[in-house]
Design a protein around this ligand. Structure first.
Ligand code: PLP
Length: 393
């Protein structure tokens, strides 16, 4: 038995740390050194040229950062991993590693707003063609893949309407077309979904969200085969979107409680969704765990749990949101998600701030849509809080 072999909650606590523990310390040290000393010129050369394991310079590798990469790698069941300063750096560095002018990308219309900007603004500038499909329209996506596809990029569940794509089905189709299949697994976390097991080539996270879980550190991470991770690492080490060792430490510490947090967040998300469904002033509730959710069956098939994210719209639109959200006590009204505190925010101000109202409407995001990231508080308190806030609406 090793520390890397337990169930997922045990791995979150123990895996990936042994190589960096020194002096009998039980916790991973924060190594802040920018460079590493070598008295032996030949050893230095061998490490610098990759013939020998070791560290040379902080933009390339760092022991604390490597422990973080290892833990996520093990949780995602991957051969290799590398990390970034933010989730967006993970996404952009990965796309720019593989795409060349004339290539074609197939994705969905409602990826996270920053990702969507890469597809609609930056990739077209590089002469990369991007086909964006409605999430859940698998037939249309398959037809687009058949027209030519270098990268199939999916985010499931999506931000903020938590729509689901069938990873197994799309990965199979993508592979048949010779595409690289990349999944943003930020919302599901490795606790609830492992895309590599479902046929994807690469799985990435904004570690800023659920992995860290305390809204105090930015980071991104990607996992896959050694063959795919090596060129991504090379692109990042030269372009410099490196994770900070302090961030790596905070993310590692957060990940020890990942399973506990995700479980409680899901309990709270279910309770909030059920409460909202009963409110006359609520127009729609989006949560993949609801039987009424458009992609509930796919979610049930590929996820071990439905997660802590949901969204809803009010009949009074943005005017009603302006009254409701300030009334909540146990809530951060902020542009983050996945934290231990429950967080509410209109999608137009948070995930999709980069889009115009017309662009948001096209992907099914009404101006009054509120994204909820359930925290780990006691469920009764969150429901009582919603009751008083709705009573005053
Ligand atoms: N992917 C998803 C699903 C997100 O929600 C976000 C940010 O909200 C990102 C990626 C980008 O992550 P970061 O803010 O760490 O750059």
């Amino acid at each position: 038995m090793t520390k890397e072999q337990g169930n997922i909650g045990t791995k979150s606590v123990w895996a990936g740390e042994a190589d960096v523990l020194v002096h009998g310390a039980t916790q991973v040290p924060v190594v802040v050194s920018v460079a590493y000393n070598y008295d032996d010129m030949d050893e230095w050369y061998d490490v610098a040229t990759g013939k020998k394991q070791g560290h040379i310079y902080g933009r390339n590798t760092n022991p604390t950062v490597q422990a973080f990469e290892e833990k996520v790698r093990i949780l995602e069941g991957a051969e290799a991993s590398t990390s970034f300063s933010t989730g967006m750096a993970a996404i952009s560095n990965t796309l720019y590693t593989f795409l060349r002018p004339g290539d074609r990308v197939v994705s969905i219309k409602d990826t996270y707003g920053g990702t969507n900007k890469i597809f609609t603004e930056f990739l077209p500038n590089m002469d990369v063609d991007v086909a964006l499909c409605d999430t859940g329209n698998h037939e249309k996506m398959e037809a687009e893949i058949e027209k030519g596809c270098k990268i199939l990029y999916l985010e499931t569940p999506t931000n903020p309407t938590v729509k689901i794509t069938d990873i197994e089905r799309m990965a199979k189709k993508g592979k048949e077309a010779g595409a690289l299949v990349i999944i943003d697994n930020t919302f599901a976390t490795p606790i609830n979904q492992n895309p590599l097991e479902l046929g994807a080539d690469l799985v990435l996270h904004s570690a800023t969200k659920f992995l860290g879980g305390h809204a105090d550190a930015l980071g991104g991470v990607i996992c896959g085969s050694k063959e795919l991770i090596e060129p991504i690492y090379h692109y990042r080490e030269i372009n410099g979107a490196t994770m900070d060792p302090w961030a790596a430490y905070l993310l590692l510490r957060g990940m020890k409680t990942l399973k506990l947090r995700v479980k409680q967040q899901e309990i709270n998300a279910v309770a909030i969704a059920e409460f909202l469904l009963k409110q006359d002033l609520v127009e729609d509730v989006y949560y993949p765990g609801l039987k009424t959710h458009v992609n509930h069956d796919i979610a049930k098939k590929q996820m071990r749990g439905f997660g802590g994210m949901l969204s809803f719209s009010l009949k009074g639109g943005m005017d009603a949101v302006r009254i409701l959200l300030p009334n909540l006590v146990y809530a951060n009204r902020a542009a983050n998600l996945g934290a231990v505190e429950t967080t509410y925010g209109p999608a137009r101000t948070t995930s999709h701030i980069e889009c115009t109202p017309e662009e948001r409407a096209k992907v099914g995001i009404p101006e009054g849509l509120v994204r909820v990231s359930a925290g780990i508080e006691d469920t009764e308190d969150l429901i009582k809080d919603l009751e008083q806030a709705f009573a005053n609406l």
